[in-house]
Design a protein around this ligand. Structure first.
Ligand code: MN
Ligand code: MN
Length: 314
């Protein structure tokens, strides 16, 4: 068995070659893959600054610097997993409703092939059709949701589908094991003082950013692992969970957010869970003049790959 390897920096300069995720092979279908990167260039569910449609392309561009081994954890994902870049979903940028149907249809065969998708967003609307595909295959899933926002609005501007509603819809549709949902990093101003009560009433555990300022999140992740056990688990990571000092290239920034080391602790703390997929959403390159936000997003996606079941640690 030979596993796909990222194209190395001594084979082709890192600023050259094809711009797939980590310069992995681009393939057309998921059969035979253990994990795959998929882009969803959609931002028509966004409420404020747009631009996340350019996220997948920019994350791929910044990912060209990432090397195959995780020097902190010892993870060697390309030793034992078959990984590729499955390209982008051809969403209909004129129609959000049709787009989420397209996304669900795109993901179903990937998930059914036993491939764990790692998604490059795109705004957060895209998690709903992904969760639908996940739940059809695995039943309701546990969820780790990192975000400044709870994304549980009943509607936005009268619309039931938008980037601030996916987890309300997911609960209504029975896609989640609601007693195994952890929302981490929530903060900012609310529409009402009760905004974070609805998720708590569903059984979610809400960890607001200020509750964990200055703290290591390793102990929190111990609790998360204990609560989720071996249930199929999805990780949805909105880059705005991280402070805008580190991730300003996003559409709805909120001050006082998580640090980059805390973000790494969250993802590394997922090792041992039965992760069935993950996403990194809301990177908006037009607001990311330095490329730092996309660079961070690319590295967090690599970290997600490093904690998938079956990864070999050296
Ligand atoms: Mn979000
Ligand atoms: Mn958010």
């Amino acid at each position: 068995m030979t596993y796909n390897q990222p194209m190395g920096g001594n084979t082709m300069p890192r600023f050259g070659g094809w711009a797939s995720m980590m310069r992995l092979p681009m393939v057309g279908e998921a059969t035979g893959l253990d994990a795959a990167f998929i882009g969803v260039p959609l931002d028509i569910g966004t409420s404020n600054r747009s631009g996340a449609r350019f996220g997948p392309r920019q994350i791929r561009a910044e990912s060209s610097l990432i090397r195959p081994y995780n020097m902190a954890t010892g993870a060697a994902p390309f030793d034992a997993l078959q990984v590729a870049d499955l390209g982008d979903v051809a969403i209909n940028t004129y129609n959000l409703q049709k787009s989420i149907e397209i996304i669900e249809r795109h993901y179903q065969p990937v998930v059914d092939a036993g491939c764990r998708p790692l998604t490059l967003g795109g705004d957060h609307t895209i998690v709903l059709p992904i969760l639908r595909a996940m739940a059809r295959r695995h039943g309701p899933v546990a969820l780790i949701h990192v975000d400044a926002h709870a994304d549980v609005n009943d509607d936005m501007f009268g619309e039931r589908i938008a980037h601030g509603t996916p987890f309300r819809r997911a609960v209504e549709e029975g896609l989640l094991q609601t007693d195994k949902v952890w929302q981490i990093g929530l903060r900012g101003s609310g529409y009402s003082a009760e905004d974070f009560d609805w998720p708590r009433q569903q059984g979610f555990t809400v960890v607001q950013a200020h509750e964990v300022w200055y703290q290591s999140l390793a102990p929190l992740m111990e609790q998360v692992r204990e609560s989720i056990g071996q249930a199929p688990c999805y990780l949805s990571f909105d880059i705005d969970g991280i402070d805008p000092a580190f991730a300003g290239g996003t559409g709805t920034p909120e001050i006082g957010g998580l640090t980059v080391p805390q973000a790494l602790e969250i993802i590394r703390g997922c090792h041992g869970l039965n992760l069935v997929g993950a996403d990194l959403v809301e990177v908006s390159p037009p607001y990311d003049a330095t490329g730092n936000t996309a660079l961070l997003g690319a590295n967090l996606l690599f970290e997600m790959l490093c904690v998938l079941p079956g990864v070999r640690y050296r």
